[in-house]
Structure formats: structure tokens, C-alpha cells
Design a protein around this ligand. Structure first.
Ligand SMILES: [Zn+2]
Ligand SMILES: [Zn+2]
Length: 256
């Protein structure tokens, strides 16, 4: 008998697309968070300050954290309505939060969360709040989600055969990466992330966690610029806005 290891069809909704910035706009109102739906699962990735007191409306069955920075975790400061998954270092940093259902994410390994497979990849971003990215897969597709990233040490594995790369929109071209000893800290520009996509033969990229110039800027011009840079790398690229969704079943991710 063949055992079915994957869940059904993925639907993604960008609940929030704003980075750790003061600026807000209609398109990028709340801190970056992604809702992954698959059968009965409603898995929320990240839960920053903007989500405090707003989780009833999201009704997640699980919350998964990339790291402990406030724009990704502080929405849980008053607790959570469901189990929460985080790495050991993230749990240490948010140990004061009154969360009952604490689950540990294993590094460089896969874990099934409500029937959806998450593989956890450590990424370069912060020394104080070490971050991870997730390779998420179901029957009809696979994507990589990394809202805060300066570098992906194991990019070849992380990005292999994914349908969509969902990355860090803090900055278009200007680097926000510093080096501490041998580690990169901060945010890789979109242009570098498109380089990684090109090397990994990834054909589509969506950017969330938007920085101030993108939150405040003219959406049409910014998307046109992003498309242009994307094409130079052979990648179809766009920015996500709050409320955008895409379904893998009807290949919605192809119809931009
Ligand atoms: Zn952030
Ligand atoms: Zn961060």
C-alpha cells in the first residue's frame, strides 16, 4: 500500500506584507505574515506586533515562527489560540510569552504541521535573533518562505525545484547587509535574492516584508522596476500586497 505523505492543495494568503518600518500604506498595512491553507489546515507563518489582538479573525490551527524579532513574534505577547512552532533559540527569546502549546522546530529537518511538510533552513539575518526559512510542500507544489534574509547558506537545497520563492522586500538594490565575522546580518537586496533564484533555476518570486521606499512608493512603477530586474535574471517577480492570495491547484501562481 502506498502511504500518502503529503496533504492536498495549497492556498496562500498574504495577511501582511510590511517590514520592520514606520511606514504603512493600504497595500502594506500589517507586519508580514502568510496564511498557508491546505485541507483543514490554517497555518500562519509569523505573527508580529500588528497581529496582537487580531488572531481570532485569522483563526489559525498552527502558528510557525521564522525568528523572534517583534515584527515576526510580538503578536503572541498575550498568548496564542493554537500550537506555536519555533526553533529553540526563538523559544528562549520569547519565553515570557504566555503560550501553552509550545512545539520545537528541528533545524535542517522536516516536520509535518497539520498535514503540511515544513523543512527548516537556518538563514543569515541576525545574530541575536537567529532566523530560519521554510521550504513548504504539499501535493501540488512547493515554495520557500523567507521574509528576513541576508544569506541562505544551503540555497541549493532550499530552493531546489520550488514553484515560488517568497522573499525579503526590505530593499530593491541598496544592500542592507553588514558582516559580523563571517556571518551576514540584515537584509539582502531583492537583486541578490533574484540572483539566488536564477542560480537555483527558480522561475517565480514574490517579495513581502516591504521596506519604507516600497511601502510609500508608487506601486505601478515599483512593480514595473521589479519585473525588469526579474527578467534580467529569468525570474517573474512581483511584490505581494496585504490580502493577495494564490492557489496552487488552479496554477494561480502562474497568472500574474
Ligand atoms: Zn522583519
Ligand atoms: Zn528580523
Amino acid at each position: 500500500m502506498k502511504v500518502k505523505s503529503y496533504a492536498g492543495s495549497l492556498k496562500l494568503t498574504f495577511l501582511g506584507t510590511r517590514g520592520e518600518v514606520e511606514a504603512r500604506s493600504r497595500r502594506h498595512r500589517r507586519h508580514s505574515a502568510l496564511l498557508v491553507q491546505c485541507d483543514e489546515a490554517r497555518i500562519m507563518i509569523d505573527c508580529g506586533t500588528d497581529w496582537l489582538g487580531r488572531l481570532d479573525a485569522v483563526a489559525p490551527t498552527a502558528i510557525v515562527l521564522t525568528h523572534a524579532h517583534p515584527d515576526h513574534a510580538a503578536g503572541l505577547a498575550e498568548g496564542a489560540p493554537c500550537p506555536v512552532y519555533a526553533t529553540k533559540v526563538t523559544w528562549d527569546l520569547i519565553r515570557r510569552f504566555p503560550i501553552d502549546g509550545r512545539r520545537r522546530l528541528p533545524l535542517r529537518r522536516s516536520i509535518m504541521i497539520d498535514g503540511v511538510r515544513f523543512k527548516v533552513f537556518p538563514v543569515e539575518h541576525s545574530v541575536r535573533a537567529p532566523a530560519v526559512g521554510f521550504r513548504v510542500s504539499a501535493d501540488d507544489g512547493c515554495f520557500f518562505y523567507v521574509p528576513d534574509v541576508a544569506g541562505i547558506p544551503d540555497a541549493a537545497h532550499a530552493l531546489r525545484s520550488i514553484n515560488v520563492y517568497i522573499g525579503d522586500g526590505a530593499t530593491m538594490k541598496r544592500s542592507m547587509v553588514r558582516r559580523k565575522r563571517r556571518t551576514a546580518i540584515g537584509h539582502a537586496p531583492i537583486s541578490s535574492q533574484l540572483d539566488w533564484c536564477e542560480k537555483g533555476n527558480v522561475q517565480r518570486a514574490i517579495f513581502t516584508h516591504c521596506g519604507s521606499p516600497i511601502v510609500r512608493g508608487d506601486a505601478r512603477k515599483l512593480n514595473a522596476m521589479l519585473r525588469r530586474i526579474g527578467h534580467q535574471h529569468g525570474v517573474e517577480a512581483r511584490f505581494a500586497c496585504d490580502g493577495d492570495s494564490l492557489s496552487f491547484a488552479d496554477s494561480g501562481y502562474r497568472r500574474w
